[in-house]
Design a protein around this ligand. Structure first.
Ligand code: NAP
Length: 258
């Protein structure tokens, strides 16, 4: 049985129900993983992308804040049109530290840089990379207005927000195409957001479905089952730089929906 594809709300995009998170492709400082790691080599990233493609994954999640992740994807990704690329705006990670800028001007420049980094002339999906102040970003910055303008120009196909609060998640569902929320058996607060997205036919991407790898290996299958069978979830974004984990995750995702 192949990996299931799902429509991403009303975006017209079809995404594999498991996407590949790429934080670990480009950043190993100030990350919340339990084990330290070295960045994968170009050959290793290329092999991960090739295997992901072979296994039916078409969704990649990256961000300017993920170190060299965007540049490496731009250099190593083959057949751009086969992939749905999700990147973000708002968070920057420079010399080991994050900072945030949600101004319209920074948003425009960030998108121009992402296009160059990713070696493409369009972005499938751009999410606002929240610093936690979801409502202030939505209500008091020009970030969303700039993303909307760039979507109208055809540079971006869909827009959304990776949120950190329920209130922000609900608002993002109302105002954008896609929301990215945390969801796993021990973190279910965003269920309300997923329910609203389902009711409004908006896309839902899940981050930290494996609790950033902190859950014990025995519970992985259960996490996939739990998340992928939640009505409203479009795709679960799981990060890995391990080929055998990637293959196992696709197996878990297929089994969860069998
Ligand atoms: P996650 O997907 O819950 O966990 C990733 C961790 O789990 C990695 O350290 C990985 O290590 C490990 N892992 C993956 N598959 C495994 C397997 N089969 N067996 C054992 N360990 C496994 O959490 P996350 O990395 O925090 O989030 C996933 C993605 O969501 C990120 O890559 C990113 O794209 C996105 N994200 C977005 C935001 C945001 O604010 N927008 C925040 C966090 C994350 P190995 O490399 O060893 O497999």
């Amino acid at each position: 049985m192949p990996l299931q594809q799902r429509t991403l709300g009303q975006t017209g995009l079809n995404v594999s129900c498991l996407g590949l998170g790429t934080v670990k492709f480009g950043r190993n400082q100030e990350v919340k993983y339990s084990r330290e790691f070295t960045l994968p080599s170009d050959d290793e990233v290329a092999a991960l992308l090739e295997l992901a493609n072979e296994l039916g994954i078409n969704l990649l999640d990256t961000a300017p804040a993920y170190g060299s992740s965007e540049q490496r994807l731009g250099r190593l990704l083959r057949n751009r049109e086969d992939w749905i690329i999700c990147t973000k705006v708002g968070e920057e990670f420079v010399t080991g530290k994050s900072f945030f800028d949600f101004s319209g001007e920074h948003t425009r420049k960030s998108i121009e840089r992402s296009l160059l980094n990713l070696n493409t002339d369009y972005l499938d999906l751009v999410l606002i990379h929240s610093d936690g102040n979801d409502m202030a970003i939505i209500n008091s910055t020009d970030c969303l207005a700039m993303l909307t303008e760039l979507k109208e120009k055809g540079v971006i196909r869909a827009i959304g927000m990776s949120t950190k609060s329920i209130e922000g998640g609900l608002k993002a569902v109302d105002l954008t195409d896609v929301v990215m929320v945390t969801y796993n058996p021990s973190s279910t607060d965003d269920e309300t957001v997923i329910d609203r997205a389902l009711a409004n036919n908006k896309g839902v991407l899940i981050k930290k479905a494996l609790n950033s790898g902190n859950d014990c290996p025995d519970s992985l299958a259960n996490n996939f089952d739990f998340v992928l069978n939640k009505a409203g979830v479009s795709s679960i974004i799981v990060g890995t730089i391990d080929l055998s984990h990637l293959e196992a995750n696709v197996g878990h995702a297929i089994k969860a929906l069998a």
